[in-house]
Design a protein around this ligand. Structure first.
Ligand SMILES: NC(=O)c1ccc[n+]([C@@H]2O[C@H](COP(=O)([O-])OP(=O)(O)OC[C@H]3O[C@@H](n4cnc5c(N)ncnc54)[C@H](O)[C@@H]3O)[C@@H](O)[C@H]2O)c1
Ligand SMILES: [Zn+2]
Length: 371
């Protein structure tokens, strides 16, 4: 199967995304094309390193690099100050210099952490993304947002630092637990809703094949998602406007994650609920045909993702409170990304607390949309 390439055009920060089965074997060769130093560090988590660390190291060594492997425990807790400090210390011990580079081998946690390390170590060195979860391949590895969490909240410290290259190994998705794979599909479906009705229709008709992780289909799907993200990021790299559309379903999703305790829902699961709620709000406020809101909900449900959440009145208040704390909220107004139709969204739509509560109540009552 040939490798697919998607280019992210950002002037002197442009880079390519290579997508294919067994792409990891070509990591060294791809890095050799970047004209960087020989010393580099592969940052990964224990789970991913156990499966793919050796292959990554061997490929880099065969291309003449001198890689060091740094691992952190799997899970969101590694995206914090403690692991950040440990990474800096190890980079210094390995004598990485300004021409050295970092390879992020893993899911979004590793990508965000390693990317932030690269953005800040020696005031910024090059980095390469090798995403191994579906979510990371279609979303977090592309676009240059990197960062870590504080006790006070997720992603509160960060930077924009574009990778020099992204390598999506579709074969790595074979070992991904089913729940993680489905969570990634929530972001895949999002791209259809915000940007491409034809793609959404294709997901509807080919979902069973996608759930079987058919390689050819996955290649098309990952490539299309990367193209859409690249297109959006190219137009608005630092999120002054359009890039906000990537947050469809995320205002409610983030609030659910925060109110229910991180870990209760995977990010993809929380934004699945958030997108169904946003579709409901879109039908109420933005002219989305009710039939389309139903199609959106059905696709998430068929993908094995949650479309509803049971909320006690205390929880509901917590979710609304968390939404007001979201760093994307200014003042008292909560701004939403809503859909006019599948494939076309509008951002910055103020939604009052009453409508949000209604959407949340609707979610609490049943998973079927009322017309
Ligand atoms: N920077 C961005 O633009 C952006 C966008 C979306 C999400 N994110 C961030 O991404 C993070 C979530 O990323 P994620 O969902 O990839 O989670 P993750 O990195 O925690 O990975 C999920 C789990 O899967 C395991 N895993 C990874 N690849 C595997 C493989 N091939 N086989 C078997 N197991 C594997 C990991 O060890 C981990 O336990 C969050 O911190 C979120 O904030 C960032
Ligand atoms: Zn997301």
């Amino acid at each position: 199967m040939p490798v697919r390439t998607v280019d992210v055009g950002l002037d002197d920060r442009s880079y390519s995304i290579f997508i294919g089965p067994n792409a990891l074997a070509s990591l060294g060769n791809h890095c050799a094309g970047l004209q960087l130093g020989r010393r580099c560090a592969v940052i990964s988590d224990h789970t991913v390193a156990r499966r793919y660390g050796k292959r990554a190291m061997a490929s880099l060594q065969a291309a003449g690099f001198l890689p060091a492997l740094l691992t952190v425990p799997p899970g969101e807790a590694s995206k914090g100050l403690k692991c950040l400090q440990a990474c800096y210390d190890q980079l210094a011990a390995q004598r990485l210099d300004r021409r050295s580079f970092i390879v992020a081998l893993g899911g979004g946690v590793v990508g965000d952490l390693a990317g932030f390390v690269a953005a800040t170590y020696l005031r910024g060195i090059a980095f390469v993304q090798v995403p191994t979860t579906l979510l990371a391949q279609v979303d977090s590895s592309v676009g240059g947002k990197v960062g870590i969490n504080l006790k006070a909240g997720k992603n509160l410290v960060g930077a924009f630092h574009q990778p020099r290259l992204v390598l999506c190994d579709l074969s790595a998705l074979n070992s991904l637990p089913a729940r993680e794979f489905r969570a990634g599909l929530a972001e895949v479906i999002k791209y259809g809703i915000i940007y491409d009705a034809t793609f959404f229709g294709r997901l509807e008709s080919q979902l069973p094949k996608l759930l079987r992780r058919d390689k050819r289909l996955l290649m098309d799907v990952v490539a299309r998602c990367c193209e859409i993200k690249a297109d959006v990021v190219r137009q608005d790299e630092t999120e002054t406007g359009l890039r906000a559309i990537l947050n469809f379903g995320h205002t409610i999703g983030h609030a659910i994650e925060a109110a229910c305790g991180y870990g209760a829902y995977l990010h993809g699961e929380a934004i699945s609920i958030g997108q169904v709620a946003a579709a409901r709000l879109s039908a109420e406020l933005c002219g989305l045909p009710v039939a389309d809101a139903r199609r959106i909900e059905n696709l998430f449900v068929r993908a094995g993702l949650p479309a509803s959440i049971k909320l006690t009145s205390v929880r509901r208040a917590k979710v609304l409170g968390a939404m007001r704390l979201d760093k994307k909220v200014s003042g008292d107004e909560i701004k939403f990304v809503l859909a006019r139709r599948i494939g076309e969204v509008q951002f910055g739509i103020p939604v009052n607390a009453k409508s949000i509560e209604r959407a949340l109540c609707g979610l609490a009552r049943a998973s079927t949309l009322s017309s």
